[in-house]
Write a protein that binds this ligand. Sequence first.
Ligand SMILES: [Zn+2]
Ligand SMILES: [Zn+2]
Length: 274
Amino acid sequence: TPSPEASGLQNERTLLFPNGPARSTARWGPQHAGARELANLYSPGKRSQEWISVVLCFSLIAFNFCYLLANFHLGHMWYILLGIVAGILTADFASGLVHWGADTWGSVALPIFGKAFIRPFREHHIDPTAITRHDFIETNGDNCMLTLIPLAHMAFNFLTLSPAELCHNYPWHCYVMALAIFITLTNQIHKWSHTYFGLPGWVVFLQNCHIILPRKHHRIHHVSPHETYFCITTGWLNYPLESLGFWSKLEDLIQSVTGEKPRSDDLKWAHKTK
Ligand SMILES: [Zn+2]
Ligand SMILES: [Zn+2]
């Protein structure tokens, strides 16, 4: 069997060289019957939800960021750093949990939710570089929606709390801010991890330093049956979670309670031929 990285590359090569040997079978990529059907389910209503989420989310991030900068003081520097690192780690874990949940359970056939939120995960496995052809709104819309409520709550705090209370809560707000920013950017970071041409130098630098998800690291997830390395923000937690067998233990537990088989919907889409 090929190494995980080699077969991950094979998936992507299908798209880089569409006239290569894989074309006749359309095993992966935009010609795959399942990928075409999933791409067609992207609706105008969904598009509006994404636009509204992106505009509101980035406005709130800018507002909160200015407020944090204006109130910055060196008093609790270590707590601030701790808050930021903890926020990034929490975001990485959350990305893994949501990605694992959507990849492993549920189905595109679920009412509303399936089409809007499970569909992109199924599409991504059978057409991994489709994400590189999505624009900024489609890439980031869903994650922007997720962080709207905590960001709005933080802005409300900044407008209503006394200066003494704000000073006391400052490291906590740094934690929430780092968490919200990294959750918001997770799919952008994920998109960069699939992009092999034309990335800005600073993005490649952040990938090489493993401050954001490196391309080589994420390829390990893209090996059928897609059962490991689910964290896609920094990927830092993939190492400890893999050595603990965290996801497979959780799957065994859920299967023993519900009787559901992990990844059954994902496998169904992967094998779709018409
Ligand atoms: Zn996946
Ligand atoms: Zn991916």
